[in-house]
Design a protein around this ligand. Structure first.
Ligand code: BGC
Length: 742
């Protein structure tokens, strides 16, 4: 590779090298008029390194042909896309996917996404998004794996392995891009594109681990975040992109900016011109510039010495290396095989996997008197504005989705009832919310579902239908565009019109199941108090409807567990189960003067991290530790074990969770932090011992830098002392033993 690239670079002009760093969005070639577009002319002139969001192997082949046959050096282009949770077969939104705690399923979802996307010409995805987030107001919490850096790291690895496989040049794998580096999930007040403030200690202990895990797993590229890190925009932050990423972590792929991230250095007020921003970013370690076209115009600055040429060479080399690793120099049309599409796209095998994984992602929050699973008999009323909408099913950030091929929930339930005596009635019951303008914001990009009937007329119809039913299924919550990019919200309760409808429905005194759609943690206080069964369905992707039916009628036993705790009030944010040890602790969470609490609500979550019910029940034996002492010397370990028994009457899967709580360390540590988990599937009556191996490395943390003037990075450390070892079904219900590290 090095020889090939040396030789190629020796033939490149400065302008051609800068061209490799340029990533325009497809713009006017989306229609397929590739030959006449401005982008096509730029490609001929060697001014483009890659393109993104062009769909279709035929269209991409044509654009690639221009690069290969009509540009001077014939360097192939990279074709990227936001393939975030599947392609045409859409998997659950990442927040939902994380609730499966199933690393094999998550890896498989990424593998299938790669198989489909590459059959459509894409060789590079802007995923995984691994931003840890403690704030449900942020709309992009939907795109990440929740609030925990340990679980987030395991998921990051699984995603990278899934996308990239064992061989990046395989025509069915694509390059991953870890984003948004770094700390984007910490946006202040949950407001999109806002600043972030974690200090170096919290940065490393709360946020950095998943990025590092993805890089250790071999991710080929990294996307710089929009936000600042320690006061300097990530896109132009040399400490972040070079000292930490490359020198400390050994990353050897390329770094791309986020959309116009380069020119936004001017918005941040750290540069006076785009040219200044381009020089700062390039010298900081940015290799590819998404949309700003700032690096592209650096030739003059390099010639007059304002910008060092070595940085251009370095970035160009990294871009060429990526293309080499993808096999594009061998065969620029490797990902443009137009015959593959018909074999893989939405094929029955992939859709069956997506259906299974969607059901695994859903979390049963409540099930009084075993209302669920429902029997396929009698009259069932399906009510709510999310019951019959097709475009909402796939969830936010499903760029390649083809909603016309996906079922509505109503269709899924109807299909499931086929051949039974049960009758399914339907009424919409309400709009998403009363205010039409607010609903328009919540249903952008073709998700519109507004009904012109009056609120009263819709409600009357729903009540008439509900009165005829034996059981009511309420399909309510957020529309898909209420989360995702630029969808921050301060009101995260059930939207008004739906809440009022639900209140009326409960007055009928009939059994009600709430199938709740959401792309974020929401506040479900009223629902928890008044509705006997609640399924958190999130957005399950293209197969959502069948997956919900599988759960409601008991063909699948729910096994999802929350990866974000659900709050009682939006005012609790930022909020995480990883509460750091604090002065004046108040373990009960209720008001007690001069303790850490709220005067008006409990400071506890409504549903804790790790929580999720099943149609069966599990019993945990007391935990045993193989020793209560752990010597710190290399290679020593102890084991923590519990026996889990399925005490119910059907097969089910439990997620057994290991938490630690370091009692005394130089840096303040959380009371509990996840450090292990295992999914166990048990037949009725079956028991299994689950064992976690605990060594010094597992117990470590990034120790604080005590000399604040030192230009150092916190290091993974373990200090002697007592550590609590907890095992349980969620973060709030654990059995604990003490381990002394010495
Ligand atoms: C988002 C990125 C995304 C990019 C390209 C940006 O606005 O922040 O996550 O990859 O657009 O679509």
């Amino acid at each position: 590779m090095n020889r090939y690239i040396d030789q190629l670079m020796s033939r490149m002009t400065l302008e051609e090298k800068l061209g490799q760093l340029n990533l325009p969005v497809t713009g006017n070639i989306v229609t397929g008029a590739a030959r006449e577009s401005d982008v096509a002319e730029d490609i001929r002139q060697g001014r483009v390194g890659g393109l993104f969001n062009l769909k279709g192997a035929g269209a991409i082949r044509e654009v690639q042909r221009i690069a290969v046959e009509e540009s001077r050096l014939g360097i192939p282009l990279l074709f990227g896309m936001d393939v975030i949770h599947g392609y045409e077969t859409v998997f659950p939104i990442p927040l939902a996917l994380s609730c499966s705690w199933d690393m094999e399923a998550i890896e498989r979802s990424a593998q299938i996404a790669a198989a489909e996307a590459t059959a459509d010409g894409i060789c590079w995805t802007f995923s995984p998004m691994v931003d840890v987030c403690h704030d449900g107001r942020w709309g992009r919490i939907s795109e990440g794996s929740g609030e925990d850096p340990y679980l987030g790291s395991r998921i990051a690895e699984a995603m990278v392995h899934g996308y990239q496989g064992a061989d990046l040049s395989d025509a069915a794998t694509m390059m991953a891009c870890v984003k948004h580096f770094a700390l984007y999930g910490a946006v202040e007040a949950g407001r999109e594109y806002n600043n972030v403030y974690p200090d170096s200690y919290h940065m490393f202990n709360e946020y950095m681990q998943p990025y590092k895990a993805a890089i250790d797993a071999g991710a080929g590229s990294v996307m710089a975040a929009f936000n600042t890190v320690q006061g300097i925009p990530a896109t132009g932050n040399r400490w972040l992109l070079t000292d930490l990423l490359r020198e400390q972590w050994g990353f050897n792929g390329f770094v791309v900016s986020d959309y116009c991230g380069l020119e936004q250095l001017c918005d941040h007020g750290v540069c006076a011109s785009k040219q200044e921003a381009a020089i700062q970013c390039l010298e900081a370690g940015l290799d590819m510039d998404m949309v700003s076209a700032g690096l592209l115009s650096l030739a003059e600055a390099v010639r007059n010495g304002q910008c060092k040429k070595k940085y251009v060479d370095q970035a160009c080399r990294r871009m060429l290396e990526a293309k080499y690793k993808l096999g594009l120099f061998d065969d620029p049309y490797r990902y443009c095989d137009t015959t593959r599409r018909s074999q893989v796209m939405r094929c029955p095998e992939y859709r069956a996997e997506a259906r299974r994984i969607a059901a695994e992602s859903m979390v049963l929050l409540k099930n009084d008197n075993q209302l669920l699973p429902l029997r396929k008999q009698g009259t069932i009323a399906l009510i709510g504005p999310l019951a019959n909408t097709r475009p909402n099913m796939s969830g936010t950030w499903a760029v390649a989705a083809v909603p016309e091929h996906y079922k509505t929930l109503r269709e899924g339930l109807q299909d499931a009832l086929e051949g039974s005596n049960a009758k399914l009635l339907y009424a919409k019951g309400s709009n998403l919310m009363y205010d039409a303008q607010a609903e328009a914001i919540a249903t952008m990009f073709g998700r519109e579902m507004r009904d012109n009937r009056s609120d009263a007329a819709m409600r009357d119809e729903a009540m008439r239908i509900a009165r005829q039913a034996d059981v009511i299924i309420a399909a309510m919550g957020e529309s898909s565009e209420m989360s995702g990019e630029c969808s921050s919200r301060v009101d995260i309760e059930m939207p008004d019109a739906q809440h009022d409808l639900l209140v009326e429905l409960t007055k009928l005194g009939k059994p009600i199941v709430l199938v709740h759609f959401a792309g974020r943690p929401t506040v479900l206080n009223w629902e928890t108090e008044h509705v006997p069964a609640i399924l958190e369905a999130w957005f399950g992707g293209s197969e959502t409807a069948d997956a919900v039916a599988d759960i409601l009628f008991g063909d699948v036993n729910p096994s999802g567990h929350l990866t974000v705790q659900l709050p009682r009030h939006v005012g609790q944010y930022p909020f995480s189960y990883r509460q750091m040890r604090t002065s004046r602790l108040n373990p009960q969470g209720d008001f007690a003067k001069f303790t850490t609490c709220y005067a008006d609500i409990s400071s506890k979550p409504l549903y804790p991290f790790g929580y999720g019910l099943s149609y069966t029940t599990f019993e945990y034996s007391p935990m045993t530790l193989s020793s209560d002492q752990l010597p710190m010397a290399n290679g020593q370990s102890v084991t923590a074990s519990v026996t889990v028994t399925n005490t119910g009457d059907r097969r089910g899967t439990e997620v057994v969770q290991l938490y630690i709580g370091d009692r005394v360390a130089k840096g303040v540590r959380p009371y509990k932090e996840l450090r292990g988990f295992e999914r166990v599937t048990l037949e009725s009556g079956e028991s299994k011992e689950v064992t976690f191996t605990i060594d010094a490395d597992l117990l470590g943390y990034y120790a604080p830098i005590t000399d604040v003037c030192a230009n150092a990075v916190p290091q993974w450390t373990l200090e002697p002392g007592e550590v609590e070892i907890h095992i349980g079904p969620n973060a709030s219900e654990t059995d604990m033993r003490l381990l002394t590290v010495q």
